[in-house]
Design a binder for this molecule. Structure first.
Ligand SMILES: [Zn+2]
Length: 251
């Protein structure tokens, strides 16, 4: 039995008993963990200060138990609860979408400091309302790269020719990337994506998050990138994200 201290972002929570909850965190040092939080449940206004909120940055202390994946939360010190985020529903759902992606794409106790930092920086960026749509797209491409799921966006996955000059480009989730028109005809499914959207998505992967505030991308291009990423993510997870139904209004 050991006690650990780490930075954590709340991904989810469910009631466990009258006075305790199971809280899922994405932590910097331990990856996704599930903890039981006793006495942390929001019972009344009076003890709401002890409640653990979703999509919030804490520094937590927890006791790691062996032979079980459910650890015990002993302390959570609030670092940032992003008050502005809670007044903007669209941006709140964008961050919910990021949390859902982290939850779906990661295994418990499999840490990635890089993913944690990108998640925290993106959460901070959206909470400041800086380019929220672009922030989400950038987070998605960076997360896919960090976790080894980034699709091929430069060359046709079949013939390996560069797509730079092609008038028509397709994206095929099952093949893991872009296809030229000739090769597309040999495969099933796939979607037509404007070349500009693919080239910009490719640039978002390695963009410096601190400089994202200065980046401008036309809304129609953002919509095409989002369409392509949703199609790809759906194919990997074999389901759609819950938060997407709240984010339909992007168009
Ligand atoms: Zn090809």
């Amino acid at each position: 039995m050991s006690v650990f201290k780490t930075d954590a972002i709340t991904l989810g929570r469910t009631d466990y008993s009258d006075s305790s909850q199971i809280i899922t965190f994405y932590t910097r040092d331990h990856g996704k963990i599930r903890t039981i939080a006793k006495g942390y449940k929001r019972l009344s206004r009076k003890c709401s200060s002890k409640a653990i909120d979703l999509l919030t940055h804490y520094q937590i202390l927890f006791i790691k138990k062996e032979h079980t994946s459910l650890h015990t939360l002993t302390e959570a010190v609030l670092q940032n609860d992003y008050p502005i985020l809670r007044n903007n529903l669209d941006n709140y759902y964008r961050v919910s979408c990021m949390a859902e992606l982290v939850n779906e794409f990661t295994e418990e106790n499999d840490p990635s400091k890089q993913l944690f930092d990108v998640f925290l920086d993106s959460l901070t960026g959206i909470s400041r309302n800086t380019n929220a749509i672009i922030q989400l797209l950038t987070f998605e491409t960076k997360m896919l790269k960090i976790l080894g799921y980034l699709p091929e966006l430069k060359r046709c996955v079949n013939c390996k020719n560069s797509i730079q000059q092609l008038p028509e480009v397709y994206f095929n989730a099952a093949e893991g990337g872009v296809l030229c028109k000739t090769c597309q005809s040999k495969f099933r499914n796939g979607i037509n994506v404007p070349l500009g959207a693919i080239l910009i998505a490719e640039r978002l992967v390695d963009i410096n998050l601190q400089k994202l505030g200065r980046v401008k991308i036309q809304l129609p291009i953002c919509i095409e990138i989002e369409k392509m990423l949703r199609y790809y993510i759906t194919a990997i997870l074999n389901k759609e994200l819950n938060s997407w139904q709240y984010l339909k209004g992007m168009e």
